[in-house]
Design a protein around this ligand. Sequence first.
Ligand SMILES: *Cc1c(COP(=O)(O)O)cnc(C)c1O
Length: 485
Amino acid sequence: MRTSKALIFEISRPGRQGYSLPPCDVPAKPLEQILPKSLQRNDEPGLPELSEGEVARHYTELSTRNFGVDTGFYPLGSCTMKYNPKVNEEAAVLPGFAFMHPCQPEETVQGALELLYNMEQGLKELTGMDRFTLQPAAGAHGELTGLMLIQAYHRSRGDDKRNKVLIPLSAHGTNPATVSMAGYEVVQIPCDDRGLVDLEALKAAVDETTSALMLTNPSTLGLFEEDIIEIARAVHEVGGLLYYDGANMNAIMGYIRPGDMGFDVVHLNIHKTLATPHGGGGPGGGPVGVKERLIPFLPIPLIEKNGDHFSFNYDLPGSIGKMHSFYGNFGVVIKAYTYMRMMGAEGLKQASGDAVLNANYLMSLLKKTYYLPYDRYCKHEFVLSARPEKKKGAGAGDIAKALLDRGFHPPTVYFPLIVEEALMIEPTETESKETLEAFAKAMEDIAKDIDANAEKVAHGPYNTVVGRLDEVRAARSPILRWVKE
Ligand SMILES: *Cc1c(COP(=O)(O)O)cnc(C)c1O
């Protein structure tokens, strides 16, 4: 338990300062000449007044209230919270990169262009696609980019009846959201009792109004869609395209490529798979790769290599335009590129192999205690159901809180929707056997606690900075500013 919970406004004292500036040595202009009277404020802004040391302590203390991969195990399914090597950060802050301006002339940023170009080559090799844009800032942004590319492709062929996108029931929530944002109708495809796409239902659903199928493989259940070749054939036969949600690439790197499974467009979440920090809405990267026939529609500019010279190519008349200012989150691309080069092809393959091994080991430990609805070998993650525990009085959400009390970040809960009381667990490759066993032990202890006193578990957590929150009130009427009591 931490005791210091003072807010920065409460430790403020009038007149206290964290800086001292020399006297102004340029002639001061009258305020009216800088800002019209109507825009000037009449009273002081009421900012807290503190010394630099107090500010440093305040924010350092706040940072310790957060949970991150650098503080503990973080098996948040679907999010691939692997350890992010610090060397990635060092590369991104090299002065040549960090102090560059995006408007600098091409000749003065050749190194940066080379990095972007090489990143694209690496992603092509990893996925089996023909070209990439690095602009999208996250997976969901990549999805929108991808669907816009697919739309542009169909329209360029005068094929404008295609108003539907098919999505399996196990899909991530961003998929249907992106589909409606792109102006399409969502058609849901059920899963069969293996937890995989129901092939017959898919075949019945495709027709000349199908624009695309969006699929992640392995699925959010952590299961590999083994009928993928037949799925691809069914969609292609009616003139539709295949979109690959690459958020689960960490399961298959170096083993199989979406480009070889029949996908026409892919996005990668480099903040997941290629180890750049994410969470809290921080910057990410969602590069989108396409097969040859979709290249003419990619966002501008593309990066071209001519001999030893790199340049921007804006000459793409069919382009969907820009999806991000300048060239995307360049700093994130540097980190992911560093990781990719450091690991090499063999290293990435081993990362995926280890991620799958870790997930299967943890699954085998946990299924002794918890119900595993789809009991087959998994890829990088697996989904338990806390339905039996819920009947005793404490469900998936309560187990999540109990894990917080034991120093673990909880798994993803209540998703995917096709599993009741879902606990979606993705340990990643960067965790040791001891950590996996400690987590399994914590989960077993929680199951015992539920048997002994479910009511108590249902009111946790007890050891965290804040206790059980009113989640509905926090979402509906959040208090976002400090208000003096
Ligand atoms: C994370 C995730 C997304 C969305 O990616 P963001 O980078 O969070 O926008 C889409 N699909 C799946 C399966 C994911 O796990």
